[in-house]
Design a binder for this molecule. Structure first.
Ligand SMILES: Nc1ncnc2c1ncn2[C@@H]1O[C@H](COP(=O)(O)OP(=O)(O)O)[C@@H](O)[C@H]1O
Ligand SMILES: N[C@@H](CC(=O)OP(=O)(O)O)C(=O)O
Length: 420
């Protein structure tokens, strides 16, 4: 058994969806679970629908959703002939689910509505692709992942109930493989025990794929991307980036943790725990070897560059001049935990502390209010966090010279600079 994941970039239009069919043909006769994300940038578009709805701009929300609906119907029209009508019937159910909700008034928290609305992206994409594959004579079964992947009710960041999910995989997913070799399902989304939609956090489809690979004890997880494989930097921002043929789980988990936006940070743990190899392969040129990620330490790694934008630096000083010891630290971590804030960089002094975090205005404001009970809180915005793993003098001078540095930290393997 293999698990494949196709992200939004790989299913962004008619030609890309057709290419998915071509890739699957190469694996005929093998059992494959296919996890697919929303088409192109649909999740971003659905986020604006959720925001308009929650702000009470019902007409805007309906209009924006109308555009998304139209795009999906157009895609179905260009891909399908025989399977067009059944596909449209299934899509209509998904549209109705959202449109009914948009006619209501928000009475619950934003995250709840976000998940009910945004999750339709993956339902629509998998529906169209499953029908396209049938039309193309690639027999497959479509699975509503909400029947299998159970989470708690932390909307926008559902925590997976592994026990339930494992049992549901046995009872609902595996029997589908008795009928067909290919099962198509959604990444990124799940459901609570109350049948409410949840999401696993932005870009969470990689994580969904790893969850299934782990439960199924798959031979391999392949994530198809629009790049040659994993590179030592984002090639969109660093055209000189070089491709890396093999990486260890540990290296990739570190890269993702520091902000490399190529694999979701939660993807590696379930794979490492079961020793399942991860392949990052090139969607457009399947002949390329891609990057293999496994337990073996990589040799001769180039310096790895990660430039994380939209950072804010929170300056904290204890109001009563007490030292930064266990008590103030545990208070701070309690607030981080409550607000789900992840510190990207921490530097401590005697009575002061600086924390770099992703600049999420709403969360930072709530943090400042809570922390001001014990700390003087100041904020600095519009910063970037540059991380170099496996640094050397050459890369330091190439990339950091001339940058206005705000904070600097260095250990044996990482160098991090917060700059303006
Ligand atoms: N270290 C890296 N190696 C390769 N690609 C990277 C890296 N860091 C960021 N990227 C970016 O990740 C993109 C692919 O990820 P993403 O757009 O999330 O794909 P998908 O939507 O298919 O999951 C590439 O186009 C590339 O710009
Ligand atoms: N569609 C979701 C989940 C995801 O993982 O997408 P992608 O595979 O395109 O990064 C998002 O955009 O966050």
């Amino acid at each position: 058994m293999r698990v494949f994941k196709f992200g939004g970039a790989s299913v962004q239009d008619v030609d890309h969806v057709k290419h998915v069919g071509k890739i699957l043909e190469q694996y005929k006769g093998e059992k494959n679970l296919i996890i697919i994300s929303a088409i192109g940038k649909t999740t971003n578009a659905l986020e604006t629908v959720a925001e308009a709805f929650f702000a009470g701009r019902k007409e805007d929300a309906l209009r924006l959703f109308g555009d998304i609906r139209k795009q999906h119907l157009t895609l179905a029209k260009y891909l399908l002939v025989l399977e067009f009508n059944p596909c449209i019937a299934q899509l209509a159910d998904f549209f109705t689910e959202v449109e009914w909700l948009l006619h209501d008034k928000p009475v619950r928290e934003f995250s709840y509505y976000y998940d009910q609305i945004v999750s339709v992206g993956e339902l629509m994409s998998t529906c169209i692709i499953s029908y396209y594959l049938k039309e193309y004579k690639i027999n497959n079964e479509w699975l509503d992942v909400r029947d299998v992947l159970r989470t708690d009710n932390h909307f926008q960041e559902g925590v997976v109930d592994w026990d339930f999910t494992q049992k549901a995989v046995q009872s609902q997913l595996l029997p589908l493989f008795e009928k067909t070799d290919i099962v198509i399902t959604q990444g990124f989304i799940g459901s609570t025990d109350q049948c409410e939609n949840t999401t696993l956090g932005r870009e969470g489809s990689d994580f969904s794929a790893a969850i299934f690979a782990s439960i199924l004890e798959a031979d391999n997880l392949t994530i198809w991307k629009d790049v040659e494989g994993i590179m030592n930097a984002d090639p969109r921002r660093f055209p000189e980036a070089v491709y890396i043929p093999q990486l260890s789980y540990q290296e990739v988990i570190e890269m993702a943790y520091y902000g490399a936006q190529v694999i979701h940070p939660k993807t590696i743990k379930p794979l490492q725990n079961k020793n399942i190899p991860l392949h990052v392969k090139c969607f457009l040129d399947t002949g390329l070897p891609g990057t293999l990620i496994n337990q073996h330490p990589a040799k001769d790694l180039p310096p790895i560059l990660i430039d994380k934008q939209h950072q804010a630096l929170i300056h904290l000083r204890t109001l009563d001049f007490s030292f930064i010891e266990e008590k103030p630290m545990s208070r701070l971590y309690k607030i981080f935990r409550e607000l789900k804030i992840k510190p990207n960089l921490i530097q401590t002094g005697a009575i002061s502390l600086q924390v770099a975090v992703d600049d999420q205005t709403d969360k930072i404001e709530r943090f400042a209010i809570k922390a001001s009970e014990w700390f003087d809180v100041q904020l600095q915005k519009d910063l970037n966090l540059f991380t170099i793993r496996h640094y050397n003098e050459g890369v330091i001078s190439k990339y950091l010279l001339g940058k206005e540095q705000v904070l600097y930290q260095q250990n044996e393997s990482n160098l991090q600079v917060l700059y303006k």
